[in-house]
Design a protein around this ligand. Structure first.
Ligand code: 2HG
Ligand code: ZN
Length: 478
């Protein structure tokens, strides 16, 4: 494997035995997997982090199951790793220190959708695309749309504060979570937040739990805010000679105050990948923006017009409109497939999730080109440019190139922080970026975060080794 985990301490054999015995007694053998093969299916996620098998897996079908499982784990002092669909991008669900995976994917009921209140109440195993379909059938809309929407689940979306293309206009998961039912590592049940759309009582623990990457509590139910489904959408393809021109257009669109719902950037290799999936795009184009506007039909026309003007002024070769739903869906499907498609382009891939202030996108693209030239590591870029959130991908085949890859990564992170950007827009820190946390956050802030963690989980048993650095920055960048 290319990026080895440092070895994490694993529970002792006697602790594992004790945990397995307690779990089987509390939950019955049918909900507890202990075989090596069975556990191996819960070892990895969709990140570049190496898989690590847990020592047991609990197939939870209720909050009561989760409560029993964490009580057993706490008693045996064995780590617990919550997992929904396992489609995460930063290693959040990888049981790096072994222990017990609590799989919530079986808790997949949409308990309520209320048109009157414009809310939904869901369990953590609900697949996002299923929620989308169910709420849209009621004329409602749940905006977060990570590109893995057909496989990812709400529990993971909440843990990682997932986003997706529509976040440009509508914001990220956190903005749609009104309240949570969650279980702490000692079995305490916590209900945070509220059902009302407005409310400021006390600390916002809901907001704290969203994005805490399964390190503070395990979600058992979420109350989500919905909005009215936009009556129509219009999808534009803006073609540019090269990626820098497309980057300048993003800055120009933001400066012009145009807020389409999606503003996605694809550089030449990713545009070629989209072409390869049967989306016909003029050969002269070396980069593309996918821009989607929504609202009343007349309003869409106005917005599309404005987008077209700004893009042409910024040097677009052409601006095309998707002609029908089939064309639109083909385009988005090709866009959603970019993650697996780019992975297939080389033996090794790391996909980053950096964000820069929107006026710095051209500078970031230049920096990526320079880093790639200086290190010899192939890099490509696509993503949610409207938010300044670009998935810079590093691709290579030769295992000996790892030192150059590490250099490229730390140069990229340093450049991003230098532009007053951030390391992760939507994938989370997990283990993949934990060692770089101190690049962005001060020792004082990290110390407060560690205290919060200790308050929720004094023994450090819930999803350990995530978010917080395990080595110094100097060691990580060596
Ligand atoms: C996307 O925007 C996802 O397609 C995945 O966030 C990004 O794996 C990636 O590079
Ligand atoms: Zn993304």
């Amino acid at each position: 494997e290319m990026r080895q985990h440092p070895t994490f301490p694993r529970p002792s054999a006697s602790a594992i035995d004790k945990a397995r015995r307690l779990l089987e007694r509390a939950l019955g053998p049918s909900k507890v997997i202990t075989s090596a093969d069975g556990c191996a299916a819960y070892a990895g996620d969709e990140s570049d982090q190496p898989p690590v098998s847990p020592d047991a897996v609990v197939l939870a079908s209720s909050a009561a199951d989760i409560e029993k499982a964490v009580r057993a784990a706490s008693e045996a002092e064995v780590p617990v790793v919550p997992r929904a669909a396992g489609s995460g991008k930063s290693g959040g669900a990888v049981p790096v220190g072994g222990g017990i995976v609590i799989a919530t994917i079986g808790m997949n009921s949409i308990k309520e959708i209320s048109r009157e209140e414009q809310i939904a109440v869901v369990e953590p195993g609900v697949i996002l695309a299923d929620l989308h379909a169910a709420v849209e059938a009621e004329g409602l809309f749940y905006p977060p749309d990570p590109n893995s929407l057909k496989m990812c689940a709400l529990g993971g979306n909440i843990a990682e504060n997932a986003a997706g293309p529509r976040a440009f206009k509508y914001g990220v998961t956190r903005e749609y979570v009104l309240g949570l039912d969650a279980i702490l590592i000692d079995g305490t049940r916590l209900r945070t937040g509220r059902r009302t759309v407005k409310g400021v009582t006390g600390y916002d623990v809901t907001a704290l739990l969203v994005g805490s990457e399964g390190t503070l509590a395990i979600t058992t139910e979420a109350t989500l805010r919905l909005i009215a489904k936009p009556p129509s959408v219009m999808t534009l393809l803006c073609l540019f000679p090269d990626v820098r021109a497309s980057g300048r257009a993003v800055s120009a669109l933001v400066a012009a105050g145009v807020v389409p719902r999606c503003l996605e950037l694809l550089d030449r290799p990713t545009l070629d990948a989209v072409r390869a999936r049967g989306v016909g795009v003029d050969e002269r184009a070396g980069a593309m923006l996918i821009i989607e506007v929504d609202g009343e039909p007349a309003d869409c026309e106005v917005q599309a017009e404005r987008v077209g003007e700004v893009c042409m002024d910024a040097g677009a070769l052409d601006v095309l409109v998707a002609q029908d739903e089939a064309q639109r869906e083909r385009l988005w499907e090709a866009r959603r497939q970019l993650s697996p498609t780019t992975r297939a382009m080389a033996r090794y891939k790391i996909s980053e999730d950096v964000v820069v202030p929107r006026d710095k996108i051209p500078a970031l693209l230049d920096e990526v080109a320079e880093i790639s030239a200086a290190t010899g590591v192939r890099m490509l870029t696509y993503g949610h440019a409207g938010d300044g959130n670009l998935h810079v991908n590093l691709l290579w085949n030769d295992p000996d190139l790892v030192p150059q890859v590490e250099t490229a990564l730390s140069r990229l992170f340093r450049a991003v922080i230098g532009m007053r950007g951030t390391l992760s827009g939507e994938h989370g820190i997990g283990t993949s970026k934990a060692d770089f946390l101190a690049l962005e956050q001060s020792p004082e802030l990290i110390a407060i975060e560690r205290k919060i963690k200790a308050l929720f989980d004094p023994k450090g048993l819930l999803n350990p080794h995530k978010i917080f650095p395990r080595r110094t920055l100097e060691a990580a960048e060596r």
